[in-house]
Design a protein around this ligand. Structure first.
Ligand SMILES: NC(=O)c1ccc[n+]([C@@H]2O[C@H](COP(=O)([O-])OP(=O)(O)OC[C@H]3O[C@@H](n4cnc5c(N)ncnc54)[C@H](OP(=O)(O)O)[C@@H]3O)[C@@H](O)[C@H]2O)c1
Length: 245
């Protein structure tokens, strides 16, 4: 009997770390269900692409909830991994860091909906499919979730800190079912989310004196979903070239 193809649901798949993760899992033979606000891009070479894409605004939690049956239909009741990767990091008009006082409650809520609540709602809705596969969840946190960062807003930092706590709680709740839950906290990874001034910050603060590559994060995500990581749960793995030493 042939082995069932593994399935991952990945949010924020359209660029940056998410796009590198699609490439990595696809090369490893996984079926990748992608989520982003845009429709499927026909330039993507994946054969089953449009059928594997869910167009969804994660800021709209009613829409996320409503998408669950559609996602479950696509997974046929089995899900081997959920990667909550989509994230937004608001900036001031000139590109600066918004403090606790710069953003309205509505702005904070939007950040928390995308960075935190969407991942929770997906985990709640997809729990049974993850349990059926003894799958795993990975939440993409940030170095800003554990220390004040010169460019990341207070809303972003606190949403990522909440995601760390959620990772621990989910790992505790789901441990007995065999579902593993981990977080990955990147430092400065070369994507469009970075602010001006990151190159200088890297020179000053990162022992490896370079930014990370999206592929390096994707490789870690792939490892955490692989049979080589079956006793790792409740962990938050830093990937930052030594920025936190
Ligand atoms: N790059 C870094 O240095 C760094 C450092 C620490 C943590 N992180 C975290 O790593 C994750 C990926 O970041 P990245 O650097 O790859 O960012 P990115 O290049 O800006 O990509 C963000 C992704 O999130 C999606 N997204 C944003 N808002 C969305 C929404 N409302 N609904 C659905 N999808 C949405 C975007 O898709 P569409 O816009 O196409 O919808 C895009 O695919 C984020 O959680 C980020 O906080 C990154």
């Amino acid at each position: 009997m042939s082995e069932r193809q593994k399935i991952v649901l990945l949010t924020g798949a359209s660029r940056g770390i998410g796009h590198a993760t699609v490439v990595k899992f696809n090369a490893g033979g996984w079926r990748v269900l992608t989520v982003s606000r845009e429709p499927f891009d026909p330039r993507c070479p994946w054969e089953a692409g449009p059928n594997n894409h869910i167009q969804l605004d994660l800021a709209d939690l009613d829409a996320v909830q409503a998408a669950i049956p559609k996602i479950l239909e696509k997974t046929d009741g089995h899900l081997d991994a959920l990667i909550n990767n989509a994230g937004i990091s608001p900036k001031l008009a000139g590109g600066g860091k918004p403090s606790c006082f710069d953003l309205s409650y509505a702005d904070w809520l939007r950040v928390f909906n995308v960075n935190f609540f969407a991942g929770l709602v997906l985990a709640q809705g997809l729990r049974d499919a993850l349990v059926a596969s003894k799958g795993s969840i990975i939440n993409i946190g940030s170095i800003a979730g554990s220390r004040v960062h010169p460019f990341a807003s207070a809303a972003y930092a606190t949403s990522k800190a909440a995601l760390s706590a959620l990772t621990r709680e989910l790992a505790s709740d789901l441990g007995p079912t065999g579902v593993r839950v981990n977080a990955v906290a990147p430092g400065e990874i070369e994507t469009s989310i970075l602010s001006a001034g990151t190159a200088e910050l890297v020179e000053r603060e990162v022992p490896m004196r370079r930014m990370g590559k999206a592929k390096e994060v994707a490789d870690l995500l792939y490892f955490l979903c692989s049979p080589d990581a079956t006793y790792i749960t409740g962990s938050e793995i830093q990937i930052n070239g030594g920025q936190t030493v």
